[in-house]
Write a protein that binds this ligand. Structure first.
Ligand SMILES: [Zn+2]
Length: 105
């Protein structure tokens, strides 16, 4: 199921929910500019999984995948995923605060 396209460093990545193999909740196909989240992904893991796969796309579009080895890339993506999973609500609060600050200026 196609969800939407998201811009990543000037490239549009299409996000889908679809079948994946049994061992992964999602993947990023950098050549086809496609992110797939497993349709078996638990709802409470959806945001973290999407953040992880978006991180892979960012790494690719910033050419960091030319310097990071696959293990380093996975660690980086997991760190981003954990930050979003644990502090996502905090960032939303900050967005509201930032919006209200802009309104004052
Ligand atoms: Zn990964």
């Amino acid at each position: 199921m196609y969800l939407q396209a998201i811009p990543i460093k000037g490239q549009k990545y299409k996000v889908y929910m679809d079948e994946t193999d049994h061992y992964t909740l999602g993947y990023c196909d950098k050549n086809d500019k496609k992110i797939v989240i497993s349709n078996k992904c638990p709802k409470d893991k959806f945001i973290a999984t999407l953040a992880h796969e978006i991180s892979h796309a960012f790494i690719h579009e910033c050419f960091l995948d030319q310097t990071l080895d696959p293990t380093q890339e996975e660690i980086f993506c997991e760190i981003v995923s954990c930050i979003i999973e644990q502090f996502g609500d905090f960032f939303l609060d900050l967005k509201e605060i930032a919006f209200s600050l802009k309104a004052v200026q």
